[in-house]
Design a protein around this ligand. Structure first.
Ligand SMILES: C[S@@+](CC[C@H](N)C(=O)[O-])C[C@H]1O[C@@H](n2cnc3c(N)ncnc32)[C@H](O)[C@@H]1O
Length: 307
């Protein structure tokens, strides 16, 4: 039906994005376009403070909801067909959250331990804050920060449903002088504002609203937030940088540039089975049966040297 259309129009992507994806991922581009044009799967994260994944799978089965386990996210389930959350057993009691498998993968990278002070630097609407607290409920503190007050309220609502607690901070992560108490964080998750080009299948309007000229602006914002967050990280601490973008400028190039500017940072190899290994970090591309497009890098700060 589309054989007479130019390739970008046939793929139902704007020309600039078609070019950017084809240039970045020449071998995978067609599969990415196809995945972007299919309905996304509905995935759940089982709240491990309430149920094992198998126990919740049995509850779904008893409610006649067909699901399978996610391949990589240990608490992830994929529904065979989407349903309203009110149909999910114990949803309002916090038994599960709706979250794609890719987004669930951040917690293991953070190497969470009891007693740590953790910052979720761009937290709203709170999907990853919930995952962090379910994985390690004995943190000293989770600070959930976002620049958008209305969106931060959604974090509070989501955590309340899960019966979890955080300290909420409305602030600009790029300007720690305005809000930071100078107590270093052991772990920082920076789920940065980005082009969202890895989640087009969930947000089709991005194809219409996003412009090529947005990308350098986003790269510059990510850079400012990254540099600011690095000051707030304790020596020996870990910062996980994440985006739901498939564009290298926002991902591996952003982190490679960061490493050039910071002698006290190194990018740790990710010992995981998912994604495509990059010079720094790992990239997931959206796939029909699999996860959304995501990028993760794990940055470790040099330990303080004693005198
Ligand atoms: C990708 S979303 C975060 C999603 C969230 N981590 C989750 O898992 O639910 C990016 C967030 O960054 C916030 N943001 C954008 N610029 C910011 C800044 N300068 N400081 C703090 N937050 C910012 C946006 O309001 C948005 O909520």
């Amino acid at each position: 039906m589309f054989k007479d259309l130019p390739a970008d129009a046939a793929s139902a992507h704007p020309a600039w994005l078609y070019k950017a994806i084809t240039r970045a991922w020449p071998e995978q581009a067609n599969a990415v376009f196809e995945a972007n044009n299919t309905h996304p799967p509905m995935c759940l994260r089982v709240n491990q403070q309430q149920h094992s994944r198998d126990a919740y799978l049995a509850k779904l089965s008893a409610a006649d909801i067909d699901a399978t386990t996610c391949q990589y996210a240990p608490m992830g389930l994929r529904l065979s067909s989407p349903c309203g959350v009110e149909a999910l057993p114990e949803f309002f009691a916090g038994a599960v959250s709706v979250q794609d498998e890719a987004a669930q993968l951040c917690t293991r990278l953070l190497e969470l331990q009891p007693g740590q002070r953790v910052l979720d630097a761009c937290a709203a609407p709170g999907g990853k804050s919930g995952a962090i607290l379910e994985t390690e409920p004995a943190l000293q503190e989770l600070v959930a920060l976002d620049i958008d007050e209305g969106r931060l309220e959604r974090v509070a609502d989501n955590l309340q449903r899960l019966d979890l607690r955080a300290h909420y901070q409305v602030a600009d992560a790029a300007d720690p002088q305005a809000w930071w108490d100078s107590q270093a964080f052991d772990r920082i998750l920076l789920d940065a504002p980005c082009s969202a080009t890895g989640v087009l299948r969930r947000n089709p309007d991005i194809r219409l609203h996003r412009r090529a000229s947005d990308i350098p602006e986003l790269v510059s914002l990510q850079r400012r937030i990254l540099d600011a967050m690095w000051q707030c990280l304790a020596p020996g601490g870990i910062l996980v940088y994440a985006t739901c973008s498939v564009l290298p400028e926002e991902n591996e190039q952003q982190i490679a540039d960061f490493l050039q500017r910071h002698d006290d940072a190194h990018s740790a190899a990710l010992d995981v089975a998912w994604g495509i290994d990059r010079k720094v970090g790992r990239q997931l591309l959206p796939s029909n049966e699999g996860a959304d497009g995501f990028f993760y890098a794990k940055l470790v700060k040099a330990a303080a040297t004693g005198h």
